[in-house]
Write a protein that binds this ligand. Structure first.
Ligand code: ADP
Length: 270
């Protein structure tokens, strides 16, 4: 039952001959709709903090003889501008990883370093919530890729795990070799994701619970950034989740072949 949109043109080739040109416009139309949606989403997401900032600025002016109120409103202005900065940064990241095909900066990336950096990014928030970040599995793996992008991807997953988990729980980062792939799993004991949403969470701006996501500073762009980065590295990202039990995101990325590793190790030593 899918609708097909076609455009047809008739070109006369002679008095008794015509050429009929039929073009399938379905895909072009879909791409157009996705782009319009994206622009509408970005505009909406930008309008919210900008609107709040403008109201708060008015409130500060009105409250100029009440230093306590001025302090409170200014604090909220800081929160809103941080949100705005975060959103703009994620939009820049997304457009970078979307346009970076093929990858510009490929080098051997030690998975141990990757995990350490991703965990470091979340350490403070985890500490505040008394969440244990536990790293385990096979050490010494190396994957070819863009170091910064890979830290961004894994960091986003660990950040989500911490954000969507209650206090005093665990987040496990487990690294394994399976065949010629590195399998990195990030598991939490958090709120989980309803089954019906699992297909959609990798879409730009899709959130299961927009209010909760905003409260933790989420933009709804994190997982779409992860998906693009992983695809750019020839890998894949999957998710399993049970509501109220927890979620596991798994990255599967091609390992650097052993002979190339030796070669690169020599390069680094010389
Ligand atoms: P956000 O900035 O909102 O976190 P993401 O793209 O990173 O955006 O994630 C999309 C949505 O997927 C989130 O809003 C949240 O509802 C859900 N989600 C992502 N990771 C987890 C997780 N570990 N546990 C529960 N829900 C998650």
């Amino acid at each position: 039952g899918q609708e097909l949109e076609v455009s047809a043109r008739v070109a006369p080739l002679g008095s008794r001959l015509v050429l009929l040109l039929v073009e399938d416009r379905t895909e072009a139309r879909r791409v157009d709709a996705v782009r319009r949606d994206f622009v509408a989403n970005v505009s909406h997401e930008l309008k919210t903090p900008v609107g709040a900032l403008s109201l708060l600025a008015e409130a500060v002016l009105d409250a100029s003889d009440d230093p306590e109120a001025v302090r409170r409103f200014s604090g909220r202005m800081q929160v809103e501008s941080a949100r705005l900065t975060n959103l703009v940064q994620e939009l820049i990241d997304l457009s970078r990883v979307q346009n970076d095909h093929p990858l510009q900066d490929i080098a051997p990336v030690p998975v141990d370093e990757l995990v350490a950096e991703a965990v470091d990014r979340c350490r403070q928030v985890a500490q505040n919530k008394q969440i244990t970040l536990a790293v385990g599995g096979d050490p010494g793996l190396v994957i070819p890729g863009d170091h910064n992008q890979l830290v961004m991807a894994l960091g986003n997953l660990v950040e989500n795990a911490v954000n969507y988990s209650p206090e005093r729980t665990r987040v496990d980062i487990d690294v394994r070799v399976t065949g010629r792939k590195a399998v990195i799993a990030v598991s939490d004991q958090g709120i989980g994701i309803p089954h019906r949403d699992l297909d959609r969470i990798f879409e730009r701006f899709y959130r299961v619970d927009p209010a909760r996501s905003r409260a933790t500073g989420g933009t709804g762009l994190g997982l779409s950034i992860v998906k693009h980065i992983v695809a750019g590295h020839g890998g894949e990202v999957t998710v399993r989740s049970l509501e109220g039990v927890g979620t596991t995101f798994t990255l599967v990325l091609p390992l650097l072949p052993a002979d190339e590793r030796g070669h690169h190790a020599l390069d680094a030593a010389s």
